[in-house]
Ligand binder design. Structure first.
Ligand code: FES
Ligand SMILES: [Fe+2]
Length: 440
């Protein structure tokens, strides 16, 4: 589809820097959609969005429009959102409930697993290659769909590692998120807040483990919250501060704090910050919630779950989560310089509503388009997209603490928190998908 051969693409990424065109070249973006988003496991939705047979949710895998549907046997399918007849999009709204999908154009009807049920005046198709019973007359399923603890991922590639293997070290982040529920399950609690960014999708994904930016970029939001806390709440104990202040404050922690959090890089480009120390470590506890967790798991296990505070796990390239505040953000690239970020709140089943309210407050304050913190990042991405189209230097740095990582018992890489390790790790995965280089 393009004149870019593997040698050209390979030259764009060096061990400590990446060529600016990976953020600005529309041809590379198209290749990413085909090779990276077309091969990796991409987050489609959560199975709680389709609780009953006949429920569906329209989603996307890169530029491909897909439907996540619950069939009457209870299975969740991911179908291409395209009628088998002449190709009309089958569902136009984002969610709904159907007995069967009926195409708006000529009325072909398909079951919720894609099987064609009715073709109007089907005698006209007899003896042709498009009659009932012929798989080509069905709505096609995405080659692979797998679910991990309710999170549904799909891959456009017929071959590749299974989802659990591919998640690798990031799997424990999803586990921690779900284990925070006394019932061990989560569900979607809200529709998404959608935030259109005028930048390349990688700027968002790279930012999440960039620990050199918060104390600078978020000084106006988080720094102000700290100042207010010092002035207006000077006699108030930290755990009694309004939750909004507790959430905003840590963004302007000092470099030492972020260094101590550490960053871990896993196979296939995944990474996370924290583990035993995180941005959420100093949040006040919600008594009834903790007791509920102890009742469910026992004191030792409950304390272990609560003490795990991984901040911003990146499941490269489409899915990011914050375990301790039950929030996920989903990456939907639209063009080389346009990306929608969806922010979803999760409910921990069996936990008090106050826990869900905290997550809603967090998403409103930190992740939404009308919040205090996200626009700081947005401004930086906007300027990156502009700056990288300006001459003077073709390269983007990822030098920091190069070669100063260590290998964990699980085979992941671990470094001081302000290392550029997660950037380098993402580009190893990027190269794997883009050129077929060895799996990272
Ligand atoms: S395009 Fe769907 S029925 Fe004809
Ligand atoms: Fe930020």
């Amino acid at each position: 589809m393009s004149s870019y051969d593997d040698r050209y693409i390979t030259a764009l990424v060096e061990p400590d820097r990446v060529h600016r065109s990976v953020y600005t070249d529309p041809t590379l973006f198209a290749l990413e959609m085909e090779r990276l988003w077309g091969q990796a496991w991409i987050y489609v939705g959560h199975d709680s969005q389709v609780p009953a047979p006949g429920d569906y949710y329209a989603s996307a895998i890169g530029p491909q429009s897909v439907i996540m549907s619950r069939h009457r046997d209870g299975n969740v399918h991911v179908l291409f959102n395209r009628c088998a007849h002449k190709g009309a999009q089958l569902v136009g709204d984002s969610r709904g409930h159907v007995k069967a999908f009926r195409c708006c154009y000529h009325g072909w009807v398909f079951d919720t697993d894609g099987t064609v049920l009715t073709i109007p005046r089907d005698e006209g198709y007899e003896g042709t290659g498009l009659c009932k019973g012929n798989p080509l007359a069905n709505v096609q399923r995405v080659p692979r769909t797998e679910c991990y603890r309710g999170f549904v991922f799909a891959s456009l590639a017929a071959d590749g590692p299974d989802l659990r293997t591919w998640l690798g070290g990031a799997k424990a982040s999803i586990d921690n998120l779900c284990d925070r529920s006394p019932e061990g399950e989560v569900e979607i609690a809200s529709g998404p807040l959608r935030y259109l960014h005028d930048c390349n999708w990688k700027m968002f994904v790279e930012n999440l483990n960039d620990a050199m930016h918060p104390m600078v970029a978020h000084a106006s939001s988080s720094g102000t919250a700290r100042q207010i806390a010092r002035q207006a709440f000077k006699d108030v104990a930290p755990e009694d501060l309004p939750f909004e202040v507790q959430m905003l404050g840590p963004f302007t922690s000092d470099y030492k704090f972020f260094d101590q959090m550490g960053v871990t890089a896993c196979a296939y480009g995944h990474s996370y910050m924290g583990g035993t120390l995180g941005m959420e470590s100093s949040y006040s506890s919600v008594g009834p919630y903790e007791q509920g967790l102890i009742d469910a798991y026992g004191e030792t296990r409950a304390r272990e779950i609560l003490a795990t505070v991984r901040h911003n796990t990146v499941v490269y390239p489409s899915f990011t989560l914050k375990c301790a505040i039950q929030a996920i953000r989903v990456v939907r690239p639209l063009a080389v310089d346009r990306t929608v970020i969806e922010s979803w709140v999760l409910r921990l089943k069996g936990a008090p509503e106050e826990i869900t309210r905290r997550s809603i407050t967090y998403c409103n304050l930190i992740n939404s388009s009308a919040n205090l913190v996200g626009p700081d990042d947005y401004e930086a991405y906007h300027r990156l997209q502009l700056g990288l189209q300006t001459d003077g230097n073709d390269w983007v740095s990822m030098h920091r603490y190069l070669g100063r990582e260590s290998t964990t018992d699980d085979g992941d890489l671990r470094a001081i928190g302000t290392s550029d390790l997660s950037f380098r790790n993402q580009y190893r995965a990027w190269m794997h998908y883009m050129t077929g280089a060895a799996a990272p």
